[in-house]
Write a protein that binds this ligand. Structure first.
Ligand code: KIV
Length: 255
């Protein structure tokens, strides 16, 4: 189990693969940390799976600060990565200001979406001494411009762009890069070409690690689950069973 981001290069070279999960609150973070997950991501998926928003573009810095603080209170060992939300890194100065606020909450690193176009922001964050995690491929914060959640790496133009994005982030000093919804062969190729650890989601098994949105793993958000996410529990079913049992008990059916 990972105890510091400085162990990432060793894990890329020698394994085992990184097991990464999202958390949005204190009890989940404490359980994931105790269970030995390598990294905990306070993802802006928060907006969809906790706050009931239609996509991640409604997530604000105030929401991220609130939830990152709660997660960090529950974690003793794992490094916590916090997402910079939509429109919080339009300039390098804004990116650094908001990254510092998330680090003050207890995060060890910050993540933002984008590659070559974001290099000035990425350099500014790293120059400010803040460990940085990239995110390329399908970018949920761009869902409106893109007109949906689409797999990347299907055309030679997309493959070239993904490789250029990954190399630019790697050269800028990213410690890790999330590869989201990328054709598996392309994700594997990127993983072999860069020093940073790759963390895949819907990108096949050739990356240095995997990340899942924890409610998808636990089956606690039954209304939508991406096809690549294999649930390992049915928390929604068990919650409803317990609630129905409680209702019956209160209403006397079991007395
Ligand atoms: O917001 C999030 O949970 C993420 C993961 C999907 C990687 O960015």
């Amino acid at each position: 189990m990972l105890t510091s981001l400085s162990e990432l290069p060793g894990r890329k070279a020698h394994g085992p693969k990184l097991a990464v999960l999202t958390a949005y609150d204190y009890p989940a973070a404490r359980m994931l940390d105790d269970a030995g997950v390598d990294l905990i991501l306070v993802g802006d998926s928060l907006g969809m799976v906790v706050l009931g928003l239609p996509d991640t573009t409604g997530v604000t810095m105030e929401m991220m600060i609130h939830h990152t603080s709660a997660v960090c209170r529950g974690v003793k060992r794992a490094a916590v990565i916090a997402d910079l939300p939509f429109a919080s890194y339009r300039t390098p100065e804004e990116a650094v200001l908001h990254s510092k606020r998330l680090i003050e909450c207890g995060a060890s690193a910050v993540k933002l979406e984008g590659g070559v176009a974001m290099i000035p922001q990425v350099r500014a964050i790293i120059d400010a001494g803040i460990p940085f995690v990239g995110h390329i491929g399908m970018l949920p914060q761009s869902v409106k411009e893109e007109g949906g959640y689409k797999k990347k790496g299907k055309t030679s133009e997309q493959i070239e762009r993904l490789i250029a994005d990954a190399q630019a982030l790697d050269q800028a000093g990213a410690v890790a890069i999330v590869l989201e919804s990328i054709v598996p062969d392309v994700a594997t190729q990127i993983t072999r070409q860069i020093k940073a650890s790759t963390i895949g989601i819907g990108a096949g098994s050739g990356t240095d690690g995997q990340v899942l949105v924890t409610p998808d793993l636990l089956g606690s958000f039954p209304w939508f689950r991406p096809p690549f996410a294999k649930p390992h529990a049915d928390v929604a079913g068990e919650t409803q069973r317990a609630v129905r049992e409680y209702i019956a008990e209160v209403q006397g059916a079991l007395s």
